[in-house]
Design a protein around this ligand. Structure first.
Ligand SMILES: [Zn+2]
Length: 157
């Protein structure tokens, strides 16, 4: 009886060993802290302030491949603000931050430099602002099942 038990344990171990090795080999890559190549964007939008301060946003850092899409979205927004004589950009609330998605151990798009938070203290965003970002290829967190209205992220290449 004990021999039989030992045999059945023995026959299951190669599979367990494989799964263990797979986990061991992939875990460091899954959890490795991202180190995005960041690029600076010079911003000239005098009414756009750094959240929690009264300072004007001068520079924004994002991942290199998100730079052109962010410039495109921002120039669309500022052109519409000018045309409609209104304001859609109030506060800039961050891009690159090496942190996990809240409540998980998965790296946030902020850790990859591919997310931006805007108007953090607003309950929603102007549809014009959202459309400018979406047309430039950004996903808006306001459309998620658990909305994150300040959040936009770039998932392109
Ligand atoms: Zn965000």
């Amino acid at each position: 009886m004990s021999t039989l038990t030992k045999r059945s344990e023995g026959s299951a171990s190669p599979l367990r060993y494989s799964l263990f090795m797979l986990l061991l080999l992939t875990a460091p890559f899954l959890s490795a802290k991202p180190s995005p190549v960041l690029r600076k964007i010079h911003v000239d939008i005098p009414h756009w302030k750094i959240g929690g301060s009264n300072k004007v946003v001068n520079t924004v850092y994002v991942a290199a491949h998100a730079r052109a899409p962010l410039e495109k979205a921002l120039s669309c927004v500022t052109a519409l603000e000018k045309k409609l004589e209104t304001q859609f950009l109030f506060t800039f609330d961050g891009t690159y931050v090496p942190r996990y998605i809240k409540g998980t151990t998965r790296w946030s798009n902020h850790a990859h430099g591919t997310a931006i938070d805007i108007n953090a203290h607003h309950k929603s965003q102007a549809i014009e602002l959202v459309m400018c970002f979406e047309e430039a290829g950004w996903k808006w967190g306001g459309r998620w099942p658990r909305p994150d209205v300040m959040h936009f992220e770039w998932r392109g290449k």
